[in-house]
Ligand binder design. Structure first.
Ligand code: SF4
Length: 257
């Protein structure tokens, strides 16, 4: 297959999506990753918080490319088990995780916004520690790769394998968007992939220490995130509709090996 041209503008990126979006729905996750690496080169990176799904993607990527880019938003409130896993990933896969931080240290945040902002205004806290750093990082890229799955939250249920991310203005690639949790864990066990030790202690979804607890029997997989708040997303994957003027007409689907 002829390699595609690296998009250099948002319009290029939207055209790129329009060209492959429909056909990519039938691609395997490995095929989606290969397409992303071939199409965007060093302008694409995997974004991960090192949940089970992220570990699947990292392992798959390591079998396709030896020097893929991987970044993580480090809120500075992560579990010791998560930091430990990050060290193990760097050793096992021979890569350096690009760690992205808020411009405010935890101490500065407390000085400016008061103590324990996550209890009074978790949306603001997530914006300061996750969304703004992510926006800054994505400004360097033409595409990002995520490990979201459609059945995780209602916000994610309409996600495509390859889509235009209007919120951040770049291509968004979701190779395992149609996978189930069972498929994720089967891959992890079959390929001996490292994972966060907290998953074995009833933490199916892991974020910051302040906003994550173990789930109880019968609870939803994400019930342990922001307990006590009507909040299921930190804002990274919330879709904002394109303005009508910038919609790109779908063109003939083409692509793949
Ligand atoms: S998950 Fe909690 S502690 Fe972490 S950034 Fe969001 S509100 Fe703050």
């Amino acid at each position: 297959m002829k390699d595609l041209i690296q998009p250099s503008t948002p319009v290029d990126g939207q055209l790129q999506v329009a060209q492959v979006q429909a056909v990519a729905e039938a691609w395997s996750p490995q095929h989606v990753l290969s397409w992303a690496f071939r199409t965007f080169g060093k302008q694409v990176a995997i974004s991960s918080a090192f949940g089970a799904e992220g570990m699947v993607l990292i392992d798959m990527a390591s079998r396709i490319s030896k020097d893929f880019r991987l970044f993580s938003i480090d809120t500075e409130f992560l579990f010791a088990e998560t930091y430990n896993l990050m060290d193990r990933i760097e050793q096992k896969y021979g890569i350096t995780i690009e760690r992205v931080y808020s411009t405010l240290s935890p101490e500065e945040q407390q000085r400016v916004h008061g103590e324990a902002l996550w209890t009074s205004n978790p949306d603001l806290c997530c914006n300061l520690r996750k969304v703004e750093p992510l926006r800054r990082k994505l400004g360097e890229l033409s595409a990002w790769i995520t490990s979201i799955r459609r059945d995780q939250t209602s916000v994610r249920s309409g996600a495509k394998r390859i889509e235009w991310d209007a919120k951040f203005g770049l291509v968004k690639v979701n190779p395992i968007v149609d996978w189930t949790s069972k498929q994720v864990w089967r891959y992890i066990h079959d390929h001996d992939v490292p994972y966060n030790a907290l998953h074995d202690q009833d933490y199916p979804s892991i974020g910051c220490t302040h906003c994550t607890r173990a789930v109880r029997p019968g609870e939803d997989q994400r019930a342990g995130r922001w307990p006590g708040f009507n909040k299921t997303e930190c804002g990274l994957h919330i879709i904002e509709p394109l303005p009508a003027s910038s919609q790109v007409q779908a063109v003939t689907a083409e692509g793949g090996d």
